[in-house]
Design a protein around this ligand. Structure first.
Ligand code: DGI
Ligand code: FE
Ligand code: FE
Length: 187
């Protein structure tokens, strides 16, 4: 059994205040979503607490972690997505998290993927709509999140793909595109 308060303190030591505040927002929002959509609340809290644990690990170290774990397919895409799969590696190595559901929720929190579990969808969505977020369209997705989890995930992916496309970003990760192709059926 993991003690959530001990975990919280350890995460707080690892993150700058702003990122820790964001993390607590993701935890709160994830708990609400877990209650609404019947997901295991303890797993959701652990995944939410650890989701950005590798956000401030330098890129060369992230690269090393991904290489050691044979996850080199990420390296040809934007370093912005590396902290998610690397976060799952760190959660296992440094936080003794063995639960694959939790590790995958961390791993896919940035890109999403096709056919996510409820836990994966919750962390992915909570990251996008936690109270500290203010990107265009977020209010609409907060409303959708109270109505239908798949629709809210679909709108998040649609907004993200549009945003990355508009930035002229040629390297949208294939998992992001596969997630969008899968969830657009709900729009
Ligand atoms: O770590 P956070 O800031 O809390 O949020 P996040 O893990 O969702 O990362 C968000 C950033 O990642 C944001 O700038 C958009 C970017 N992103 C998400 N999916 C992709 C992506 N960037 C690229 N290049 N490709 C993607 O598929
Ligand atoms: Fe992140
Ligand atoms: Fe985040």
């Amino acid at each position: 059994m993991i003690d959530l308060n001990t975990l919280k303190l350890k995460v707080k030591e690892q993150l700058p205040t702003k990122r820790y505040d964001h993390t607590l927002g993701v935890v709160t929002t994830s708990i609400e979503l877990a209650n609404r959509y019947q997901a295991p609340v303890e797993s959701v809290q652990i995944a939410a607490l650890l989701h950005d644990i590798a956000k401030y690990v330098p890129n060369d170290r992230l690269k090393e972690l991904l290489e050691q774990a044979n996850e080199t397919q990420y390296l040809t895409y934007s370093p912005l997505v590396w902290h998610a799969p690397a976060g799952a590696i760190v959660a296992k190595k440094d936080y003794q998290i063995e639960d694959l559901e939790i590790l995958n929720a961390i791993k896919y929190h940035t890109t999403g993927k096709a056919a996510m579990t409820t836990l994966e969808k919750i962390v992915f969505l909570a990251d996008y709509i936690e109270p500290g977020r203010s990107q265009p369209g977020v209010e609409r997705i907060r409303q959708l999140a109270t109505e239908d989890l798949n629709v809210a995930v679909a709108q998040t992916l649609s907004d993200t793909v549009a945003y990355l496309g508009a930035k002229g970003n040629g390297d949208i990760h294939p998992d992001t595109l596969a997630a969008y192709e899968y969830y657009r059926q709900y729009l």
